[in-house]
Design a binder for this molecule. Structure first.
Ligand code: HEM
Length: 97
C-alpha cells in the first residue's frame, strides 16, 4: 500500500516539498503509472472521476478567486498525518467583490 501524500512530500523526489508550489509537477511524469505523482491513485485503480474532479476544481477556483474575497477568522493550524488535518477547523469569511 502506498500513501500518496508521503510520496508527494518526499524531499528525495521534490525539492522543498513543504513549500506551496503548484508548478512542482511541471515537466514531471504524470501518467497513471507514475511513481512520483499519485493524487488520483495509480494503475488499474486510477480514479475514474479524475478529469471530472479536475474540471470542477478549476471552475471553482476560477470563480472563487475572481469573484470573492476571503479571510481566515479562526483556526487554520494544520497537522500533516500525512494527509492534511485542521484540528481546530479553518473558518473563513467570504464576501463578494
Ligand atoms: C479531488 C477529488 C478526488 C480525488 C483526490 C480522488 C482520488 C482517488 C484515488 C486516490 C483513487 C484510488 C483509490 C485506490 O487506489 O483504491 C480513486 C478512485 C476512484 N474514484 Fe476518485 N478522487 C476524486 C474524485 C472523484 C470523483 C468526482 C469521482 C466520481 C464522479 C470519483 C470516483 C472514483 C472511483 C469510482 C474510484 C474507483 C476506481 C476503481 O477502483 O476502479 N473520484 N479516487
Amino acid at each position: 500500500m502506498v500513501a500518496p501524500a508521503v510520496v508527494h512530500l518526499n524531499p528525495e523526489k521534490y525539492e522543498n516539498p513543504l513549500n506551496f508550489n503548484p508548478w512542482r509537477w511541471e515537466g514531471q511524469d504524470l501518467h497513471s503509472g507514475s511513481k512520483t505523482f499519485m493524487a488520483w491513485g495509480s494503475g488499474t485503480r486510477l480514479c475514474v472521476g479524475a478529469e471530472f474532479a479536475k474540471l470542477q476544481i478549476a471552475i471553482f477556483l476560477h470563480h472563487f478567486v475572481s469573484k470573492y474575497r476571503w479571510s481566515v477568522t479562526k483556526g487554520g493550524d494544520f497537522i500533516r498525518r500525512p494527509s492534511l488535518i485542521f484540528p481546530n477547523g479553518l473558518h473563513i469569511d467570504i464576501e463578494e467583490k
